[in-house]
Design a protein around this ligand. Structure first.
Ligand code: NAD
Ligand code: ZN
Length: 340
């Protein structure tokens, strides 16, 4: 089969012909229909500091995907050939305290598909059956392909009660845009999103995100026009930018709730005294709740949440190099690779 591989400890990725995997007793082999490119794949492509410490080449990359079951291991009862599936990219231990308590997203020993385990940029993916998610007919392939990042957005956005609240989202990348649409869908009052990239701010407007502003906008000055007087009730940091986190801390009300999803530099400085004197609550978000997030994702899509417009490009996998360059330019939303 064909797969996109990080061959060695240097920048780039390449298509290689490798052996098709066969399932262990508890595994499923999925025939990939579509995959999508994540910022993580770009880090791996660039061979930056994080990826050189995390990835052991050769590694088959990619973790956002949808496909159909090709074959199942001898102990797998729930799936059969032809079933439409997507799946959770974090493979957990099943044995730690959190796993045993059903909080698999808090597992102490997680392994990422396309990071530590062979990934989904391939014609076939081997994955534990317990990581699969059956797709209802209501979910089209393109949307199922982006369930991994949509799940990140759902996990972060549903981590606080947003009904009737004013929400600030920093970073209008795919995940920030998804979160803004979710917050609007579930009944937040005002959802304000910021970015430094005009292409993405325009895309927000096209998607129906009403308040999309350049990060340099003085949000305190804007608040009276939104009948806001004390600051945002909830903020979601989805850029990974220290200045965005500082914007959040200065624009939220006392007692506000903040979720951090964007990966910040280790040396990020914030005003800790403002966190203390404003009585702020800060929560980290990693991955998706397995599988509560997946359930909510489908139910919100079935109740009218639309994220289709976030997918801006689609290529055949043989054109992945072009897709990577468009991602790197910042002039895109989600980019899909077609494996059929
Ligand atoms: P992305 O890089 O496409 O989007 C980030 C956006 O932030 C970009 O559009 C960028 O222009 C914008 N930005 C940069 N500086 C800004 C500033 N000062 N103010 C406002 N916006 C600013 O990323 P994505 O795929 O949407 O993911 C969002 C973040 O979440 C990334 O940092 C990613 O690494 C991280 N992530 C975390 C998890 C997790 O489990 N915690 C999972 C997936 C992604
Ligand atoms: Zn565990």
């Amino acid at each position: 089969m064909k797969a996109i591989i990080k061959k060695d400890s240097s920048p780039g990725l390449e298509i290689q012909e490798i052996d098709k995997p066969s399932p262990g007793p508890l595994d499923v082999i999925v025939k990939i229909k579509k995959s999508s490119i994540c910022g993580t794949d770009i880090h791996i492509y660039d061979w930056d500091d994080w990826s050189s410490k995390t990835i052991q080449p050769p590694m088959q990359v990619g973790h956002e995907w949808t496909g159909v079951v090709d074959s199942v291991g001898s102990e797998v009862k729930k799936y059969k050939q032809g079933d439409r599936v997507s799946g959770e990219g974090h493979v957990v231990c099943g044995e730690c305290r959190n796993c045993k308590a059903g909080k698999r997203h808090l597992c102490i020993d997680q392994h990422g598909i396309g990071v530590h385990l062979p990934g989904a940029f391939a014609e076939y993916l081997k994955i534990p059956a317990t990581n699969l998610f059956s797709l209802p007919d209501s979910i089209e392939d393109n949307i199922a392909t982006i369930f991994d990042p949509l799940g990140n957005a759902v996990h972060a956005t549903l981590s606080y009660d947003l009904v009737g609240e004013d929400v600030l989202i920093t970073g209008a990348g795919p995940i920030g845009m998804m979160s803004a649409l979710i917050a609007q869908h579930i009944g937040a009052r005002h959802v304000v999103i910021t970015d430094v990239n005009e292409y993405r701010l325009n895309l927000c407007k096209e998607l129906g995100i009403k308040h999309a502003y350049h990060a340099s906008t003085n949000l305190r000055k804007l608040m009276p026009s939104l009948n806001m007087h004390e600051g945002f009730d909830v903020a979601l940091e989805m850029s990974g930018s220290p200045s965005a986190l500082n914007d959040i801390i200065s624009n939220v009300k006392n007692g506000a709730k903040i979720a951090l999803l964007g990966i910040l530099p280790e040396d990020t400085k914030i005003s800790w005294n403002e966190v203390i004197f404003k009585d702020l609550f800060i929560k980290g978000i990693y991955g998706r709740e397995i599988f509560e997030t997946w359930y909510k994702m489908v139910s919100m899509l079935e109740s009218g949440l639309s994220v289709n417009g976030i997918i801006t490009h689609e290529f055949h996998y043989t054109e992945f190099e072009k897709a990577v360059q468009i991602m790197k330019s910042g002039q895109s939303g989600k980019i899909i690779l077609n494996w059929e």
